[in-house]
Design a binder for this molecule. Structure first.
Ligand SMILES: Nc1ncnc2c1ncn2[C@@H]1O[C@H](COP(=O)(O)OP(=O)(O)OP(=O)(O)O)[C@@H](O)[C@H]1O
Ligand SMILES: [Mg+2]
Length: 330
């Protein structure tokens, strides 16, 4: 652990100070840790994290009313009802309704600007909705949730931390005990074939490897829900295929519920139990398609007739909405 605490490229200065922050359903004193590191160009890179208590009780076993996620009494783990969101005069989302069961893998596909990222932000409590209800684990979402794992398109790694220490940032933020957290971080890095790279720094990793580190970081605290906003959008086709396979395996092994946003029809069908097709802004749910393909999914399934039928169904919806137009269309 010494090596973890004092890596060779550790921040040149760490400042700790206490503050009061709003944290999901709680307003408690937290210790904020700010790290500064001298850059080669003479500037300073700054990173920060919150340190605090973490109650190790798994969320599923907690009693209602304690501010954490619960397995709901109903079938739905996520329940989104009549949700709308406006930014001033711009209506981003209109009357969104979606129920997701625990353990389901649901993808959202839709044209640029239809409100996919906005929906993800509303679900994570990072943004306030204009109307409607969102419940996760039976509990209304009205403030940021720390028990959801989030992966963005950009990996947002701290360049001065090794792969392992980037994953462990999640543990520091939550004040998790470092010993078990490091063991779990190593286990996750192994799952994504990065065990030989735990001491590598982000600049020594490829784009796909960096994104795998962020997925490990998002999963470190065993969140029951993982939301991913075009996480593989910037990767080359081969790496993207491998990441899809890795993600499916991890979700199978960890029984995580996933809401996955993508522009790729094929990626959505390959990964999902259901694909949600959205209309252009104001984003509405146009259709929800059950993907009845066997699991575990193999890449070859993309060559099957059933896969082509699903792909054609989604393509036709986008054509009917005017999102896709053939060159020879009138
Ligand atoms: N913070 C904001 N302030 C004002 N308007 C916003 C804000 N965030 C999003 N919007 C608007 O809401 C609409 C939906 O944006 P959003 O980012 O959710 O789309 P998206 O479906 O994720 O697009 P993309 O596929 O390009 O990522 C857009 O018209 C956007 O301009
Ligand atoms: Mg987006």
């Amino acid at each position: 652990m010494d090596e973890l605490e004092k890596g060779p490229r550790d921040p040149c200065c760490t400042v700790n100070f206490d503050t009061r922050v709003r944290w999901p359903s709680l307003s408690i004193a937290r210790r904020v840790k700010v790290e500064y590191r001298q850059c080669t160009n003479g500037g300073l890179e700054i990173g920060h994290g919150f340190q605090g208590r973490e109650d190790a009780t798994p969320w599923r076993s907690r009693k209602k009313g304690d501010g954490m996620l619960h397995t709901p009494d109903t079938d739905s783990f996520i329940s989104i009802k009549h949700v709308s969101k406006s930014f001033g005069p711009v209506q981003a989302l209109s009357d969104i309704g979606l129920d997701i069961k625990s353990g389901e893998f649901v993808s959202i596909v839709g044209p640029s600007g239809c409100g996919k990222s906005t929906l993800l932000m509303l679900l994570s409590g990072l943004m306030k909705r204009t109307g409607g209800d969102i419940r996760v684990g039976g509990q209304m979402v009205d403030s940021p949730r720390s028990d959801i794992g989030i992966v963005f398109q950009r990996d947002v790694l701290m360049e001065w931390r090794s792969a392992l220490r980037n994953v462990l940032l999640q543990a520091e933020v939550r004040g998790m005990p470092m010993g078990p957290a490091a063991a779990r971080a190593r286990e996750l890095l192994k799952m994504v074939s990065l065990d030989a790279f735990e001491n590598a720094y982000p600049h020594q990793l490829s784009g796909g490897m960096r994104q795998r580190v962020s997925i490990c970081r998002a999963l470190l605290h065993k969140p029951p829900l993982l939301v991913m906003d075009e996480p593989f959008g910037a990767l080359d086709a081969l790496t993207r295929d491998q990441m899809q396979l890795d993600l499916l395996r991890i979700c199978r092994e960890t029984h995580t519920t996933v809401l996955f946003i993508t522009h790729s029809i094929s990626e959505a069908i390959f990964l999902s139990d259901r694909v949600v097709v959205m209309s252009p802004r104001p984003g509405r749910i146009e259709r929800i398609i059950d993907i009845d393909l066997p699991r575990p999914r193999r890449l070859s399934i993309r060559e099957s007739r059933e896969f082509a039928t699903y792909s054609d169904e989604v393509t036709q919806i986008f054509k009917s909405l005017g999102v896709l137009r053939e060159g020879d269309d009138e």
